[in-house]
Design a protein around this ligand. Sequence first.
Ligand code: ATP
Ligand code: MG
Length: 221
Amino acid sequence: MDIITAHQLKKYYGKGENQIKALDGIDLAIEKGKFTAIIGASGSGKTTLLNMLGGLDTPDEGEVIVDGVSLAGLKEKELAVFRRGKVGFVYQNFNLIPTLTVKENMLFPLSLAGSTPDPVFFQEILTLLHLEDRQNAYPNQLSGGGQQRVAIARALIAKPSVILADEPTGNLDSKSSQNVLGLLKLSVETWKQTLVMITHNLEIAQMADRVIRIEDGRIRA
Ligand SMILES: Nc1ncnc2c1ncn2[C@@H]1O[C@H](COP(=O)(O)OP(=O)(O)OP(=O)(O)O)[C@@H](O)[C@H]1O
Ligand SMILES: [Mg+2]
């Protein structure tokens, strides 16, 4: 079963000779419960595509359907609700809030939505990501790998069906990369989520169930 499908996605920037075709007709189906890696040269359109799949950006043409819902049909507020409930984002630079503790960072998305975590699930995430002892630490007291584990925990807390990760190990050394990636894979497997990850690291791409290569805004098999 496909959890995400995209039809003829196009996104162009600028006009005339200088026009950049960030996405130039992308057709895509992402299978539920699988780990899909997206690779491609810098500027090929990977981030543009991922943001579109998560409803952070809108295409000029084409359509994205997630879990049976066409994102084009959603109003801004509905889109925000969709993102909060269905999608967890993980970024290269972690995007943690420096003045909040690990626990507060993890709970931040839920607090925005006015809800509180299931305490059992919260504990499970802490345990799985080896963060039990670091709950009251601040991000700058953690290593890069530690910070990324917090960002993953934050992405998981709302039990999203899809995790979209944009070069999540791009700022980590190879040992932390393996560690973070292993935990991310374990998390999505444990909670039967779908993982779509951009990476420049071919070793990581090899761990994926499927690899999609983007070139100049198009998919190359
Ligand atoms: N807001 C924007 N305005 C103008 N051009 C943009 C904008 N966003 C992206 N682009 C251009 O679209 C193309 C695709 O960008 P994108 O960020 O998706 O590439 P990428 O594959 O993620 O690259 P990287 O590996 O460097 O992160 C690039 O040529 C980029 O310069
Ligand atoms: Mg990018």
